[in-house]
Design a protein around this ligand. Structure first.
Ligand SMILES: [Ca+2]
Ligand SMILES: [Ca+2]
Length: 579
């Protein structure tokens, strides 16, 4: 291994190993005065031109020469080193974990080099004290991006019983610009005891603060805070905030189930139509015997939007007790309600799809006249084509084994996918957009995971829906021209998801829809047989050509995968332009 180095380096390594080896015996007495020869050797390694020699020196700082006196001598080297080595030494001192280095680390915060300042901020996470909280908050809210991230990380790691109380104190006193940071840090620190102090900020004057408080409460709240979250939902001043409040309530309902039902029902009687729709979704998530009766009562709601939502939710239940209500809806005057009810009855009771198909044919005739056609549009000749900007997650496995027994699966390309060209200005329109799913109570994860930009393979970042044919649906907020859809189910393993179908529509219930991908070759899902091939899940995701189709909603179906019956989503990106 040492062959690549010259004899000079071999000699230095040999010398260092001898000196450090001799020292390791004496170093047991932790507070002993450090061996001067050891310190000199380590210093020499840090100043060496060779990268591996410096790494050896840093390794020694992490592990060798214990004790406060040695820490102080190592820390005293900081001002004399090159910036890159300073950053490395700061990291090594943090790993060493001796707070004796703190004064020297604080001095590095005034370095001219951003990487050094960021490394010093990060090191304070291990070496800092409660006194550093205000400074770290200031840097996490101000500073350059790298410093902000480092300060945030340090705040989430800082130890000591006084840290959370200090953060709560700052929450009350700090300027508005810093409050959102303090709130997210309290959430990252899992500071449950801070919830009473966080709650009032869910109704703060400032939108960013309200959203940060709701995001923190999503993580920290328990059933006793349901009423406060319902109030925050009902008082939301814009769609983004209402979405945050709903997600906080949905996550809470997944955790505490029916225990949150009384507060949700109480809120429902006073809420405006938009909040009523959200609260009905929360109620279904919580489950319990009152769900069906409450939904049935809202079939007579004065607001048409709430009535539609009650129908959708009733039709999403896996509960035969809903069947009598569905049968009544199937006889109603609304074509939308008839179709939704028939779809649910086919799924729940196995009844024939004949009646459903005649309703859907009627919808195609009537709705397509009312709407502008949703078909593909060819971009104008002037449109310049350019590769769409893709950012791929890290691969979770090497190679792409193909499950041999799975029918209709394409062979992996065996090399990176070629760039996909689309008109200039094409971007991911799905990021942060609201998501709904056929399963109103996912087994794991949350709806916003589908469009939150996090696409690394992780069990903690996956939405998991019940078995059977299930879908997720993204609301782009307005009609768009779509060129590509990039999706990841669970790419931690080489799974093949079954019956993947992707549709685009202008209608939230897909009464009329354009299918842009379908590998259900034997029509199990009942949306028609598709000619597309199955594929093996990888970190590259599946890129589907949307061919310029227009629509506001994108719906993605699947029916389990070749390993288990579950339906997973890590991320969906929808590349397009707003006309
Ligand atoms: Ca995600
Ligand atoms: Ca099939």
């Amino acid at each position: 291994m040492l062959r690549k180095y010259g004899t000079e380096i071999v000699r230095k390594v040999f010398q260092a190993v001898v000196v450090l080896g001799l020292a390791s015996g004496a170093a047991e007495a932790a507070e002993a005065e450090p061996d001067e020869a050891v310190l000199q050797t380590i210093r020499g390694l840090l100043e060496d031109a060779d990268r591996d020699m410096r790494a050896l020196g840093l390794q020694q700082i992490r592990e060798a020469a214990p004790g406060r006196a040695a820490t102080e001598k190592f820390a005293a080297l900081l001002p004399q080193l090159e910036p890159e080595v300073q950053a490395g030494l700061l990291e090594a001192l943090a790993d060493r974990g001796d707070p004796a280095a703190r004064p020297a680390v604080l001095k590095m915060l005034s370095s001219k080099e951003e990487q050094v300042r960021a490394a010093a901020l990060k090191a304070l996470g291990a070496l800092g004290a409660v006194e550093d909280v205000p400074l770290l908050v200031q840097k996490a809210a101000g500073g350059l991006q790298r410093e902000q991230q480092a300060a945030r990380l340090a705040l989430s790691r800082l130890r000591g019983e006084q840290v959370n109380p200090a953060l709560v104190q700052l929450l009350k006193q700090s300027p508005t610009s810093q409050r959102a940071v303090v709130l997210s840090v309290l959430a990252a620190r899992n500071a449950r005891q801070a919830v009473p102090e966080i709650l009032p900020f869910a109704l703060d004057e400032d939108t960013a603060v309200r959203c940060a408080a709701l995001a923190a409460l999503r993580q920290l709240a328990d059933q006793s805070h349901t009423e406060a979250l319902v109030q925050a939902l009902c008082q939301a001043r814009n769609p983004a905030e209402r979405l945050q409040a709903e997600l906080a309530l949905l996550t809470l309902a997944s955790r505490v189930r029916e225990k949150c039902t009384p507060a949700v029902l109480a809120g429902l009687s006073k809420a405006d139509p938009q909040s009523r729709q959200a609260l009905l979704r929360v109620l279904v998530r919580a489950g319990g015997p009152k769900t069906i009766d409450t939904l049935a009562a809202h079939l007579e709601d004065p607001s048409e939007a709430v009535r539609d939502e009650a129908v959708r939710l009733l039709c999403s239940l896996e509960d035969k007790a809903a069947v009598p209500h569905l049968e009544r809806l199937a006889q109603s005057k609304s074509l939308r309600h008839q179709i939704l009810a028939e779809r649910a009855l086919v799924r729940l009771t196995g009844k024939s799809a004949d009646r459903l198909q005649s309703f859907e044919a009627l919808a195609r005739r009537t709705l397509q006249v009312a709407q502008t056609p949703g078909g593909a549009s060819t971009p104008g000749k002037a449109a310049k084509l350019t590769p769409i900007p893709l950012v791929l997650p890290a691969p979770a496995f090497r190679g792409t084994p193909v499950p041999l027994k799975e029918p209709n699966v394409e062979k992996p390309l065996g090399k990176p996918r070629p760039p996909f060209l689309a008109p200039e200005g094409t971007q991911n329109l799905a990021l942060g957009k609201p998501v709904r799913a056929s399963d109103p109570a996912p087994t794991a994860g949350e709806l916003d995971y589908v469009t939150d930009g996090q696409k690394e393979a992780s069990d903690f970042a996956i939405l998991e829906l019940r078995p059977g044919s299930q879908w997720v649906q993204i609301d782009l907020g307005q009609r768009a021209t779509l060129y590509a859809i990039l999706l990841w189910h669970n790419h931690a393993e080489a799974r093949v998801y079954r019956d993947v179908i992707v549709q685009v529509s202008d209608d939230p219930d897909f009464l009329v829809a354009e299918t842009i991908f379908n590998n259900d070759h034997d029509n199990t899902t009942g949306l028609g047989a598709g000619a597309d091939k199955g594929y093996v899940e990888t970190s590259e995701g599946k890129l589907i050509d949307a061919r310029g189709v227009q629509g506001r909603y994108v719906r993605l179906w699947s029916r389990g995968n070749h390993i288990d019956e579950k339906n997973h989503y890590t991320e969906v990106e929808v590349f397009g332009t707003i006309p």
